[in-house]
Design a protein around this ligand. Structure first.
Ligand code: F0G
Length: 455
């Protein structure tokens, strides 16, 4: 059949509420045009993030009932650990309350002044944790990964030549090499298995551990199956195992491809590093058999990991993005192509080319989507990445707006509505103006900064 349907039926629903344009304009003023400040009740379709916002299955809710809440030695931890090791064969599995906690622990050990950490593209919390430790974070994605129009099948790939050169230059100061699958900040673009393995090889040549940020590992494996020669007949689980088999550790937010509302883990093979991480964990998160999570959360993740590798689910998941991108493309919108895994990305620098990059065209579009259709999206551009550690403002490589899709949450009519809203915006976008930042925090300013519209 040509129609790819949502491969589930709905057992429990949450109402969503339409507001008027006048109300939404008022909310924008009240929140200083920062969409993180909105109450979710005032949002019709919430595409701010795919993190922790998905719907759990009836099997996950059932598994939660058997959550064992013992402080130490809970069987829920054993099930959590076994489910992870079934896909990612690491020695030590350290639970944490979400991905950034894994990063904070890892870089409290591996970071520090004078150190340098390469990645295809660091996610903002990864960069934040590295920089907070005093180390520097560098992005070495291939050039195609910075070109929204390039149709390269693996735009998340590490530039191996650049990585090699980087290691020759800075190798002594590099505590680990990272790769993020999929490359969220670069458009949810996948990394090929070949590239993951080649990155590991370079890291190992220089005697450094290779760490994967695996937040969207299942979506990445789906793309490998679809696009990488020789992978089409393999199961998603086997592809996932190969991706992690060459790594020495991983950080994970189970709020993404763990199918859970909260949780994550740090996995390591090195026993000494793992001991240090567990000591830190006890200080900041909790005992190593729960790590800041309830036993029921561990159960939800263990069950979620068996569901996320389902091909019918992944086919529908990726198809949603392709569907929207095809329609937006037909409307003449500059969308990041090919479709990424968890989100649709619009190139706001091009679509709102009358707004200077340092006037934040992505933020102007994100506000427009809320004003016109009650849709909440997220700027991934100069608001997020423009300010340098030395305080200087440099336009980000791309000015993107991300529509991130919560897993198993919205349906095709929501997708059609989103497309219609873009059609409306196309009519009035020339009247859009940029913003200046009136107040910002010292780090990760996008969560809380206040904007003022430019005249
Ligand atoms: N790494 C990547 C690639 C991420 O996308 C995220 C979170 C994290 C690490 C941190 O995980 O949120 O559990 O602490 N991304 C969310 C997003 C917030 O909207 O893209 P966390």
């Amino acid at each position: 059949m040509k129609t790819i349907i949502e491969p589930f039926r709905i057992k429990s629903v949450e109402p969503i509420r339409m507001t008027t344009r006048a109300e939404r304009e008022e909310k924008l003023r009240d929140t200083h045009y920062n969409l993180f400040g909105l109450r979710s009740e005032d949002v019709l379709i919430d595409l701010l993030t795919d993190s922790g916002t998905g719907a759990m299955s009836s099997q996950q809710w059932a598994a939660m009932m058997r959550g064992d809440e013992s402080y130490a030695g809970s069987p829920s931890f054993e099930r959590f650990k076994a489910a992870i090791q079934n896909l990612m064969p690491f020695e030590h599995i350290i639970p944490v309350h979400q991905g950034r906690a894994a990063e904070a622990i890892l870089f409290s050990i591996l970071g520090g002044k004078g150190r340098n950490i390469p990645n295809n593209t660091h996610f903002d919390t990864t960069r934040g944790n590295i920089e907070a430790s005093g180390a520097m974070a560098h992005d070495l994605v291939i050039d195609e990964g910075r070109d929204p129009a390039s149709l390269h099948p693996f735009k998340g790939n590490m530039d191996l030549a650049k990585l090699h050169e980087y290691m020759c230059e800075k190798g002594d100061s590099v505590p680990c090499v990272m790769t993020t699958i999929t490359n969220n900040a670069g458009g949810g673009q996948p990394v090929s298995l070949e590239n993951i393995q080649a990155t590991a090889k370079i890291a190992h040549e220089f005697g450094k551990p290779f760490i994967i940020d695996g937040c969207r590992f299942a979506e990445n494996a789906w793309f490998i199956k679809q696009r990488e020669p020789g992978q089409a007949d393999r199961s998603i689980s086997d592809i996932v195992r190969d991706c992690f088999a060459c790594a020495d550790g991983m950080t994970m937010s189970a709020k993404k491809d763990g199918f859970a509302n909260i949780g994550g883990w740090l996995a390591l093979n090195d026993g000494d590093l793992a001991d240090r991480a567990r000591n830190r964990l006890i200080q900041t998160e909790g005992f190593p058999t729960y790590g800041g999570l309830a036993g029921r959360d561990l159960e939800a993740i263990a069950q979620g990991l068996t569901e996320i590798v389902d091909e019918e689910y992944l086919r529908y998941r990726i198809r949603t993005n392709e569907y929207i991108i095809t329609k937006l493309d037909a409307l003449g919108l500059p969308v990041v192509k090919p479709a990424g895994g968890h989100a649709v990305f619009i190139d706001a620098r091009q679509w709102l080319s009358h707004i200077d990059p340092l006037g934040f065209p992505g933020q102007a579009l994100a506000c427009g989507l809320y004003k016109t259709g009650g849709i909440r999206s997220c700027e991934i551009g100069s608001v997020m990445f423009g300010r340098q550690p030395n305080g200087q403002e440099i336009p980000a490589a791309m000015e993107l707006v991300r529509l991130a899709f919560p897993r198993r949450t919205y349906t095709q009519s929501h997708a059609d509505y989103i497309i219609e809203v873009f059609g409306e915006i196309a009519e009035e976008k020339q009247s859009y103006r940029g913003f200046r930042i009136a107040w910002e925090a010292d780090t990760m300013r996008h969560f809380s900064c206040r904007f003022e519209p430019l005249k």
